[in-house]
Design a protein around this ligand. Structure first.
Ligand SMILES: [Zn+2]
Length: 343
């Protein structure tokens, strides 16, 4: 008697497109367990077709022959509500590419595109340091400063559904002028890049030398007063903008992520001391370092897709017919829920 062929369960794929690396994970939609994961170099250039081929190949590879039931994507910088990346500085090749339309050809389920800070925050709430927090603020200290506020698992949005660029807020400690237009901007003082440049300056190294950070940490471990001074000023710079966000939003949990979080032990005291100035009018909160590795953003992107997508950043319908059918810019039909798919 012939046996029915075994069914191949589907997966939800999370993709995190960073400036240098693109990370992908496959998540089991029932158990939420992370299966396959991979990291590949992000293309810096390419035709739209080459970028489509790149994404298609790696989504299929990480799916391991299983059906991608939904795809979530995180990318740095502004994301249009229609799912298009607008970040010519960090993601030049992908800027302007209608990612949602491209990827909806790979899955019958939802395709969710969001800012990488949102993905990191969702991952931290789902499986990391903010689990169970009623309101959590995720601050990514990397090349720039990314911020996302969650109430439960729901990200705070601007009225048009886009993600607020909370790293670009005015601060009271002088910084270099920012490309956002501010004279003194939090990102210019609190990014990991800012810490790196400060370390390089006192160590006599080139500004972009990442090795300066490990040497700074080693020196701080030996109580070198110059290194301790750099961390002291950095902690104050991080607190400068964070205090404003605490006063405005009152999160219960602050999670520090990005490569700047690797140095938290060195600037935590300065950070806490500076934040004491606002303690009188903000609720009790904890500041913790991330518990996730480099694939946290991809895991968060998969969880956003598991949530069924965030309605506010679903595609703006172009040429929608009376039956609600849509066609995106590239002529690719928008995604339809897969039969049997459940978030
Ligand atoms: Zn700025």
């Amino acid at each position: 008697m012939a046996q029915a062929p075994p069914t191949t369960p589907g997966v939800v794929v999370g993709v995190d497109i960073g400036g240098t690396g693109t990370r992908l994970v496959a998540v089991d939609p029932s158990t939420r367990a992370v299966g396959e994961r991979t990291t590949v170099a992000t293309p810096r250039a390419g035709t739209p077709q080459e970028l489509v081929d790149f994404l298609t190949a790696h989504v299929q590879r990480v799916s391991g022959g299983r059906r991608p039931l939904a795809v979530g994507v995180g990318a740095s910088g502004p994301i249009d509500p229609d799912g298009t990346v607008r970040n010519p500085d960090t993601l030049p090749a992908f800027t302007g590419l209608p990612l949602r339309a491209v990827l909806s050809g790979l899955t019958p389920g939802p395709v969710v595109i969001d800012n990488d800070a949102v993905c990191a925050a969702v991952a931290e709430h789902a499986v990391g340091a903010a689990q169970g927090s009623p309101r959590s603020l995720h601050v990514t200290l990397g090349t720039g400063v990314g911020v996302c506020l969650l109430t439960g698992e729901t990200p705070f949005r601007l009225h048009d559904g886009s993600h607020p660029e909370g790293g670009h807020i005015a601060v009271s400690v002088p910084t270099d002028p920012c490309y956002c237009g501010r004279r003194w901007c939090w990102e210019q003082g609190a990014s990991r890049r800012a810490l790196q440049r400060a370390a390089a300056a006192v160590l006599g190294r080139p500004p972009e030398d990442r090795g300066a950070l490990s040497e700074l940490a080693a020196r701080a471990g030996r109580d070198d007063p110059v290194a301790l001074g750099v961390y002291e000023r950095y902690g104050e710079a991080v607190a400068d903008g964070l205090g404003t966000l605490l006063a405005l939003y009152g999160p219960a949990t602050v999670v520090i992520g990005g490569s700047g979080s690797e140095h938290l032990e060195h600037y935590r005291r300065a950070l806490e001391r500076s934040l004491a100035a606002v303690r009188g009018w903000v609720p009790e909160h904890t500041v913790v370092g991330t518990r996730l590795d480099d694939h946290g953003g991809a895991i968060g992107a998969a969880h956003l897709a598991l949530q069924g997508g965030v309605e506010a950043v679903r595609p703006r319908r172009r040429g929608a017919g009376s039956d609600g059918s849509t066609t995106a810019d590239w002529g690719v039909s928008s995604a339809r829920p897969a039969e049997g798919w459940s978030p």
